[in-house]
Design a protein around this ligand. Structure first.
Ligand code: URA
Length: 244
């Protein structure tokens, strides 16, 4: 059972601003719980199943945040962007305040499943190739995809900056110019470079799955949702567990 915390600390932990600002939110009568207005920022409250209402919006308490986001094209996965707006501009302000980070980056023109969290251990686990967690990308290409190219991807290709071969752990041809490819690493522009190395190109790139977690069909582009423990279990299933 989680230890009760002061309301001010709870608001602060969720990213609603400085401790002082969080107290002021309460004094300004902008915080309620289950329809009851909160009056005392020092009031101790259990965080178990807690849903706050802050400035008219419901907010589930999560000690650590794990979210799935459907990334649109033309957004960068960075706080300090160069040419395009940041994916963080599409998320609620408290997420940015509490330091959520993308779990591995997608290129500005790549769309689809992006995880975002403030749990450093989780971020490491999901991005290290040692855990063998598969990421599935749907690729469309200008040139028809050949069996020879698929065999080459499965066997492994050597990219120019690293002698270790990069391989696809699975490839499923979905159409003449469409391929679903699974990889466990996250090297720079990996999919695009792998496709170029086998003599084709990427027109569009869309991530659909991580581990056994499939992007929900009702999560529209630009939308996010909380991930719960069942989702986290699916996410951390390794490629070997998928094959078993
Ligand atoms: N591989 C790429 O080339 N780009 C991405 O955004 C992700 C994987």
């Amino acid at each position: 059972m989680a230890k009760p915390l002061s309301l001010e600390k709870i608001l602060f932990s969720q990213g609603f601003g400085t401790r002082r600002y969080c107290s002021d939110l309460v004094y300004a009568e902008l915080v309620s719980i289950k329809g009851v207005l909160c009056e005392d920022p020092e009031e101790r409250i259990s965080t178990e199943g807690l849903v706050l209402n802050v400035e008219g919006k419901d907010w589930e308490f999560h000690e650590k945040a794990y979210i799935a986001f459907n990334k649109p094209a033309n957004y960068e996965c960075s706080h300090k962007t160069t040419h395009h707006p940041s994916v963080y501009s599409l998320l609620p302000r408290p997420f940015v305040e509490r330091g959520l980070q993308c779990v591995g980056r997608l290129d500005y023109d790549t769309t689809g499943l992006l995880l975002i969290s403030d749990d450093g251990q989780f971020i490491h686990k999901m991005t290290t190739p040692k855990k063998n967690i598969g990421k599935v990308y749907e690729i469309t290409t200008p040139e028809p995809i050949t069996q020879k190219q698929i065999d080459h991807l499965l066997k492994g290709v050597v990219l120019d900056d690293d002698p270790r071969p990069c391989l696809a752990t699975a490839c499923k041809q979905l159409g003449e110019n469409t391929l679903a490819m699974t990889i466990v690493e996250g090297r720079y522009h990996q999919v695009k470079r792998m496709m170029a190395a086998v003599g084709n190109h990427v027109d569009t790139l869309h991530r659909t799955e991580i581990g056994q977690y499939v992007m929900p069909t009702d999560l529209a582009e630009g939308e996010w949702r909380w991930l719960y423990s069942a989702d986290l279990q699916k996410l951390s299933k390794s490629v070997d567990a998928e094959r078993a």
